[in-house]
Write a protein that binds this ligand. Structure first.
Ligand code: C2O
Ligand code: CU
Length: 491
């Protein structure tokens, strides 16, 4: 089986018969040499302005997740199709009329957007929860172009588990248009394959370990879709891991591929060999689409047996042959942390200290029980940040912040993992610079979520440029909801 995939994989290659040709290797090396001198081109002044009005209606809808012949499932979505795409231009203001038609309260958190704290969508902390039948207005101008997403922030294990998530693209980061621009949402579902009904979204075993995995893997809510691309074109694929649990080791076969953005933040293009994408993380990749009749594949090598998540075929008249040298994105304008003056913070991610028992169902005080918001209260605490677990009690009693930060100051934070499990750690409101990580081959880049592997240590830096209470938590939702959650206060 011939392949033009230039990045060879150290693990078992799919199908056993794949070989990397000398020509492919050469082109990879040429590209790798070349990229060192590539600085991102500046972004033209933002031209767009004005307001874009949209409405989102969170409701239960029917969706075929088990193929056209299979039973339908009752998903929760923001619009008629899963992973509804909201697209606007950098400089535009987004005005959202949000309506909750779910049987429980919810809110919308805009993941990765550097917007004011009162638009951040965390119930009790930044806004009241939006009760069933209620509406809520969000209004903000995203300061950065890129690939983002939005989701609820309470009972997320079940709301996100049922599909409640949307994709946001802010346009304005391209230096040259690509031949195609496509969203690929990776999300698994916990389905009973006979009935299309839901299996329990969390399990004790999963909560205590690596999380509870979906049973049906999909890309754009379809199992192993076959996706057409313009033959021989340079296509931007926006990969979003919107799963609650699953970490993927993603790689392309049969197509050259380069990373152009991490969590929506442009980086100088570098060849994609294999990328570990944890929950909530995004990766923008440019691939050279197969020629007509050719095929490429997106493969997850995380488990012993590689899984083909999607395949791509070339369509239409082929573009002329040329070297693979994808256009870079333009430079974003993220505040640069001042490392010398920066204050140091430490975040230790661990199991719950001393195995504190669950508070939620205990106590006996009738009023306390009545106030107890079981939806946002973890029933147990398994995990902690800096020895504190998000309290398993009335969510209206917010715990004290992990740190109080001064507005405008720079901070360098060291994140350590004291557990044998991976934790995708997300900080709300700030795009941080990843200065140091034990993960080899990662360039200095900006992100909003980093994957802490077991015993890992990652150093990040950011400017605390906007006041408010900003969540810090693991984005493996069962960890988040059983204690690995906290916030920093910027004053
Ligand atoms: Cu994706 Cu607290 O968020
Ligand atoms: Cu975790």
């Amino acid at each position: 089986m011939p392949t033009s995939r230039f990045s060879f994989n150290r693990r078992a290659l799919l199908g056993g018969g794949l070989a990397v040709t000398g020509a492919a290797l050469l082109s990879a090396q040429g590209f790798a040499r070349q990229r060192k001198s590539v600085a991102l081109p500046p972004r033209a002044a933002v031209a767009a302005s004005g307001e874009k009005r949209i409405s989102l209606v969170a409701a239960e809808r029917s969706q075929k997740l088990l193929g056209p012949e299979g039973p339908a499932s009752k998903v929760w979505t923001y619009a008629d199709e899963p992973f509804h795409l909201v697209r606007l231009k950098q400089g535009e203001t987004l005005a959202v009329d949000f309506e909750n038609r779910l049987p429980e309260h919810t809110s919308v958190h805009w993941h990765g957007l550097r917007i004011p704290n009162d638009q951040d969508g965390v119930p009790y902390l930044t806004q009241p929860p939006v009760k069933p039948g209620e509406r809520h207005a969000y209004r903000f101008a995203p300061p950065d172009a890129g690939t983002f997403w939005f989701h609820p922030h309470c009972d997320t294990v079940s709301q996100l588990g049922r599909g409640l998530a949307g994709v946001m693209i802010v346009d304005g980061d391209e230096s040259r248009p690509y031949d195609a621009d496509m969203v690929l949402v990776l999300k698994d579902w916990r389905l009973d394959e006979k009935t299309g009904g839901w299996l329990p979204f969390s399990t004790t075993r999963g909560e205590l370990r690596a999380g509870t995995f979906g049973t049906v893997r999909t890309v754009n809510a379809e199992q192993a879709p076959r996706i057409p691309l313009p033959a021989g074109g340079d296509c931007r694929l926006r990969l979003l891991n919107l799963d609650s649990t699953r970490v993927g080791d993603l790689s392309f076969e049969g197509m050259e591929a380069a990373v152009v953005a991490i969590d929506g933040n442009p980086v100088a293009p570098f060849p994609l060999k294999e990328w570990r994408l944890g929950p909530a993380m995004r990766l923008d990749v440019v691939v050279r689409a197969p020629s007509q009749g050719g095929e490429g594949r997106l493969v997850d090598f995380f488990s012993a047996k590689p899984v083909v998540l999607a395949s791509f075929f070339g369509e239409g008249e082929a573009r002329p042959a040329r070297d693979f040298d994808p256009a870079p994105l333009t430079r974003a304008d993220i505040p640069e942390p001042q490392l010398r003056q920066a204050e140091r913070l430490k975040f230790a991610f661990a199991t719950a200290s001393g195995g504190k028992p669950a508070l939620a169902a205990e106590g006996g005080d009738a009023l306390e029980q009545a106030l107890l918001d079981s939806l946002c209260a973890a029933s147990k605490t398994n995990w902690s940040i800096n020895r504190e677990s998000w309290p398993a009690g009335d969510h209206s009693k917010i715990p004290p912040p992990l740190f109080t930060l001064r507005q405008g100051r720079s901070y360098v934070a060291e994140l350590t993992n004291e557990t044998p499990h991976v934790h995708p750690i997300h900080l709300h409101g700030f795009t941080f610079k990843v200065l140091k990580s034990t993960r080899a081959g990662t360039p200095v880049h900006y992100a909003d979520t980093v994957l802490l592997t077991p015993k890992d240590r990652i150093t990040i830096a950011f400017v605390a440029d906007r006041p408010g209470d900003w969540m810090v938590h693991c984005h493996l939702i069962e960890h988040q909801e059983t204690g690995m959650m906290g916030y920093v206060k910027v004053v």
